[in-house]
Design a protein around this ligand. Structure first.
Ligand SMILES: C[S@@+](CC[C@H](N)C(=O)[O-])C[C@H]1O[C@@H](n2cnc3c(N)ncnc32)[C@H](O)[C@@H]1O
Length: 305
């Protein structure tokens, strides 16, 4: 390390060296970046208290001894512990908004961000949404981004069964000054929402099946398992949501759920249900929409176990 600290001089030197180390040690990238160079840029700029838009001309700047030590330390932590970068920087980006994260919550990465940025159009008229539910909220990212970007006048409930996750969601809600419009609710799915109806229910529940969990790179094992595990077939939560959502939707309401790689299993399980599967310009898949009417029409199928 002594040699390294003397040989590397500039911001650019550290970005290049960090990226090489990340590739050499075969880190996995899936929590905000998809390659070693972007990962090294993120960690370096964060450690130097520089914004992510810092002009590249500054990459030629030389660093102090203390800054170099801090960079080596954070790179080492990323490599040795396989900690996802957002747990080291305590920030994650979702719909171009910054969220505080730590290992009490899953790192935001849902393609639903794209839908929020488009105000959920053409699937719902954003002007009619007065009440929305973010079921399985984690960091609160879907609820908060929806409040800020899609529905400036709506009230939003952000539900989770993890008190620890709700603490993080509350922190993010406060940071955006949304306490009067976005409320955290402790609940096992719909259990504590009796009699409440929403124009829109959005959920990114746990949906990893047993095989996916056992094949996950080490980085994912730092995330709370309660946010990932969904039984042998990955459908444990989505089946419950399909059974209960109708009773919490207004007549013209819609349900949007992410099931990721469990999409195939879901289609196989409910072959007659006409799920609308969304397409995303910026990547991601496995998100479906059903209307309240459709949930009602297929209620008997969802009731079957
Ligand atoms: C996949 S994470 C999604 C977090 C966040 N919505 C996002 O998109 O990043 C799933 C969340 O569901 C929560 N959860 C797990 N079981 C639950 C249940 N029975 N009721 C409510 N929330 C639950 C977990 O605590 C976790 O925060």
């Amino acid at each position: 390390m002594e040699n390294t600290i003397d040989e590397l001089q500039t911001v650019g030197d550290f970005i290049r060296w960090g990226a090489s180390q990340f590739n050499k040690t075969q880190l996995f990238f899936g929590h905000g970046t998809d390659n070693a160079i972007d990962e090294a840029i993120l960690l370096t700029l964060h450690t130097l208290h520089l914004p992510k838009e810092t002009p590249e001309i500054l990459w030629q700047s030389r660093l102090t001894y203390q800054e170099k030590s801090q960079l080596l330390e954070i790179f080492q932590e990323r490599i040795e512990k396989r900690l996802p970068t957002p747990y080291l920087t305590h920030e994650a980006w979702f719909a171009n908004l910054r969220f505080y994260v730590d290992d009490r919550v899953l790192i935001p990465r849902s393609p639903i961000a794209e839908l929020i940025e488009e105000r959920y159009e053409p699937w719902i008229d954003p002007e009619v949404v007065t009440r929305m539910l973010d079921l399985c909220t984690g960091s609160g990212c879907i609820a908060i981004a929806s409040a800020l970007l899609a529905f400036p006048n709506a009230e939003i409930d952000a539900v989770d069964i993890s008190c620890q996750a709700l603490e993080v969601a509350d922190h993010n809600i406060e940071s955006y000054g949304l306490e009067k419009r976005v409320y955290t609710v402790f609940s096992d799915l719909f259990t504590n929402l009796k009699g409440i109806h929403y124009d829109l229910i959005v959920s990114n529940p746990p949906y990893a099946d047993a095989k996916e969990i056992s094949n996950m790179p080490e980085e994912y094992h730092h995330e709370p398992m309660i946010g990932l595990e969904a039984g042998e077939d990955g459908l444990f939560f989505v089946k419950r949501i399909l059974r209960e959502a109708f009773y919490h939707l207004t007549p013209n309401g819609i349900l949007i759920v992410e099931v990721g790689a469990s999409q195939e299993a879901l289609i196989e399980y409910y072959p007659v249900v006409p799920f609308t599967w969304l397409e995303f310009k910026h990547g991601g898949a496995g998100v479906f929409i059903l209307t309240a009417e459709q949930l009602h029409q297929y209620a008997a199928i969802f009731e079957e176990e």
